[in-house]
Design a protein around this ligand. Structure first.
Ligand code: CUA
Length: 347
């Protein structure tokens, strides 16, 4: 090879290697154990019907892809131009071919359409008898969960028993949101002035992250939630904890001081704590300390994060209604500490 040829070959291989880098990086992302929000990790009947549909469609896609590629290879080799070969015979107006390539896609489309329509009906069906009713209300930007039969209201973290059908009524307090736990199935919108429905039966115990899936304003990405799938006994324990009255802090303690700050401050306009206040604009805080996360399941519940939140919520979650600047609220560090102690006492 001459020098320019070597140079060209080197550049050719270098470009090829560079092109492979993003592919390798992409493949490295496909670990099998760390997929908290993957929709390919089905944990409910609803999610499994989508998974089965996907597997079926992927099977046909692979069969068709392989068939077409082999056909192309065969045609390219078998009918390649040879020196002295005659002109190929035109196939225009060949009735047999026209019928074949009309019927073949029709059959393929039927193979795709039948399972798809079946899955649509299955995932829209009425909830089974004995389903647990849960009302989901979307707010900018947090999730409210009500259990009308149990008299429980909570936020951000949804507890359900394993193997029991859950019937969700989906509503919104403001704009369109979309309810989505990827491990449990597809998304469903919450639409102003109407109630949407959805149901699933979780088949494994665990904690699964969820996310609003419809652009709903400044903090759409911060509208998260957690699903706690529990044994029936653990779920019962959680329910009785939620139904109990809130903890009553000692009036001389820091938490007791925090209760006074809460009850005499701006907090009561938006938040409910049973027996203390009855606001409905913000999350119900009656058993705040029983939750692992807060503020749309955005932050782990600990004194450090609560301190940041209570000092300047508008800096933690853009657009939040609880904006001290617009509300004209100033909280001294002592007030923040007292409120943290009170909130953390609300087991
Ligand atoms: Cu609610 Cu996005």
């Amino acid at each position: 090879m001459t020098a320019p040829e070597v140079n060209r070959a080197f550049r050719h291989w270098a470009a090829l290697l560079l092109a492979l880098v993003p592919l390798v990086a992409l493949a490295a992302g496909c670990t099998l154990h760390d997929y908290p929000q993957s929709s390919l990790n089905p944990q409910s009947d609803y999610a499994w019907s989508i998974q089965h549909l996907l597997e079926q469609l992927t099977f046909w896609v692979v069969v068709i892809f392989a068939f077409v590629q082999l056909l192309i290879l065969y045609v390219v080799i078998r009918f390649r131009a040879r020196p002295g070969a005659p002109m190929p015979k035109p196939v225009h107006g060949n009735t047999a071919l026209e019928i074949a390539w009309t019927i073949a896609p029709a059959i393929i489309l039927a193979l795709v359409a039948v399972p798809t329509v079946m899955a649509i009906f299955k995932t829209q069906s009425k909830p089974a008898a004995g389903a647990l009713q849960v009302k989901v209300i979307g707010h900018q930007w947090w999730w409210e969960f009500q259990y009308p039969e149990l008299g429980v209201t909570t936020a951000g973290e949804l507890h359900i028993p394993v193997h029991r059908p859950i019937a969700f009524d989906l509503e919104t307090a403001d704009v369109i949101h979309s309810f989505w736990f990827p491990a449990m199935g597809g998304k469903r919108d919450l639409i102003p002035s109407r109630t949407n429905h959805m149901g699933f039966t979780a088949d494994s115990i665990g904690t699964f992250p969820g996310q609003c899936a419809e652009l709903c304003g400044l903090s759409h990405a911060n509208m998260r939630m957690k699903l706690m799938v529990e044994t029936p006994a653990d779920f019962e324990t959680w329910v009785s904890g939620q139904k109990a009255p809130p903890a009553e802090p000692d009036s001389t303690s820091l938490a007791g001081h925090g209760k006074l700050e809460f009850a005499n401050g701006v907090c009561i306009t938006c938040h409910t704590i049973d027996g203390v206040s009855a606001g409905i604009l913000g999350p119900n805080l009656t058993h705040f300390a029983s939750r692992r996360t807060f503020a749309g399941s955005l932050f782990e519940s600990n004194p450090h994060n609560l301190g940041r939140w209570l000092t300047a919520p508008q800096d933690q979650k853009p657009g939040v209604i609880m904006n001290w600047k617009t509300l004209g609220v100033t909280l001294a560090p002592e007030q923040v500490n007292a409120l943290i102690a009170y909130l953390q006492s609300l087991k």
